[in-house]
Design a protein around this ligand. Structure first.
Ligand code: PLP
Length: 486
């Protein structure tokens, strides 16, 4: 099975090449040329472990990897670093199933893919016969950077460089980044917001002189960003696994269509749900939940994507985003694989800041509904859910929970719980009506208020030595990177 570009002007490549390349050379995103032929037999799947199912999905999508190579990746990715052997657990509230994706080392759903990606990438490099050191460059609004460092930390043949904005990350995220102990990790704060950091990093990736200098030193850039197919495929697994668990627990019968609600930023998580649907997961509706950066809400309601609006820093910061890159992959399929149409949309987006779907493509998106939550609604939702059910959710999960309630969605529904409340203790405590203290004290307050245990990955976070103190202006990024790497 080959991977082709959504923009249709790059050669087809194998899975391992697509993982190494990250983005296609024509600026498009890699998509599978055909859907892999796998049969989802729920009577079998319901008895399987998370790793069993991951192995099958990886085998199907990464078909140039050997069985031994996939086993190696899955074993490394889903081991003792998780605080539940099931990897993903669930919490039931009537018809609604919270799919808890935050039991990994950095307490957010990105761990699921980023514990696997480094091993996919180094295996792909071996297969392609490259000895180059792989330089992972990321701009992060908080969760990607920490999850990427946890995954890539001390993985041979890689260096990981993380730029994060001084404004907008939570105290826990900042502390996680500043105390990262891996020898191959470089962590630098940039004055400004996430958009500033993102722009600065993009300028590095397209700097031909820099790319050339890396090459002479036997290095190459790669991406841990969610546009990498190596991040997308691991996210398909939890939708299949959780559905199988619902069958096992008699919440649903095999074949029952479910709704899926996802707090959405770059559109990676919900796109994985769509991919799962394409290979046989029965889905009724996909619910795209946004915060006040509600470009996608308007898009699914009107067919017009309009990024021309102010960027807002909200209390669900991992979703503060105006251009959702992975949407391009959905549109590719909705357009009937019309890469010319996709090129036109993306050109309009970059030249005019907006594009409008044609009616045929729009009609193919009728399974998608959308809504958004304001910061106040996020707080109120955290409080209401805690009051009614004694279950505490994080602000991102609350965005999804609010939109779910508002849409009055009927029938069995999966809701992606994307972060632990312990990752955002200040926001959660405030929502519960408690005045938060700083740092570790806030974690203790949260444990007390919710009668839960502080997760082990943050238990000693504030006792760790701070190793990364650099703060730079965006214009210093090139010199800084050269100094760190070359
Ligand atoms: C990254 C992230 C999201 C958004 O996921 P996308 O795949 O970018 O749509 C939502 N919640 C949390 C906690 C995240 O870290």
């Amino acid at each position: 099975m080959n991977y082709i570009s959504t923009r249709g002007q790059a050669p087809a490549v194998t899975a391992s090449q697509a993982i190494l390349n990250g983005i296609a050379p024509d600026g498009g995103l890699y998509v599978p040329e055909d859907w892999p032929d796998i049969k989802l037999d729920w009577a079998v799947l319901k008895k399987q472990t998370y790793s069993d199912i991951a192995t099958q999905i990886f085998d199907a999508f990464f078909d140039d990897f050997s069985v031994a190579e996939i086993d190696h990746v899955v074993t490394k990715a889903y081991g003792k670093q998780w605080d539940t052997t099931n990897i993903v657990s669930t919490h039931q509230e009537a018809d609604l199933t919270y799919m808890e994706l935050f039991h990994g080392p950095t307490l957010a759903f990105k761990d699921i893919a980023l514990q696997a990606l480094p091993h996919l990438l180094t295996t792909a490099a071996k297969k392609q016969g490259t000895r180059d050191k792989i330089i992972i460059l990321t701009a992060t609004s908080g969760d990607t950077g920490t999850a990427a460092m946890s995954g890539f930390g001390n993985v041979e043949q890689t260096e990981i460089v993380v730029f994060y904005p001084e404004v907008g990350v939570s105290d826990i995220q900042r502390q996680q980044m500043k105390t990262e102990s891996a020898d191959n990790a470089h962590v630098i704060a940039i004055t400004g917001n996430f958009d500033d950091a993102q722009k600065a990093v993009k300028s590095l990736l397209s700097d031909q002189r820099l790319v050339h200098d890396l090459q002479t030193n036997q290095m190459q850039f790669s991406s841990a960003n969610s546009i990498n197919i190596g991040r997308l495929v691991p996210q398909i697994v939890y939708y299949i696994y959780t559905y199988a668990q619902l069958v096992k627990n008699n919440n649903i019968k095999p074949g029952d269509a479910i709704n899926i609600v996802v707090p959405t930023g770059n559109f990676g998580n919900i796109l994985a749900a769509y991919y799962a649907n394409q290979i046989g997961l029965p889905v009724k509706q996909f619910v795209v939940a946004s915060n006040e950066n509600n470009v996608l809400t308007d898009f699914f309601k009107t067919g017009k994507y309009d990024r021309q609006r102010a960027f807002k820093v909200t209390n669900a910061p991992a979703m503060d985003i105006l251009v959702s890159s992975n949407l391009e992959r959905l549109l590719y399929f909705a357009s009937g694989k019309n890469s010319e149409e996709i090129r036109n949309y993306m050109r309009d987006l970059s030249e005019k800041g907006e594009y409008t779907l044609n009616s045929a493509t729009r009609q193919n998106l009728s399974q998608f509904v959308s809504g958004f939550a304001t910061q106040t609604q996020v707080s109120e939702t955290i409080k209401a859910v805690a009051r009614a059910t004694q279950y505490t959710i994080d602000p991102h999960t609350a965005v999804a929970r609010y939109v779910y309630g508002k849409q009055e969605i009927a029938g069995p529904t999966l809701l992606a719980a994307t972060a632990s409340p312990y990752k955002f203790p200040q926001t959660v405590l405030q929502a519960l009506g408690i005045t938060p203290q700083a740092d570790f004290e806030a974690l203790k307050q949260l444990a007390q208020a919710t009668n839960t245990d502080i997760p082990s990955p943050v238990m000693d976070l504030f006792a760790k030595p701070v190793r990364h103190k650099q703060v730079i202006a965006a214009k210093e990024i090139l010199a800084t990177l050269r100094h760190e790497i070359l």
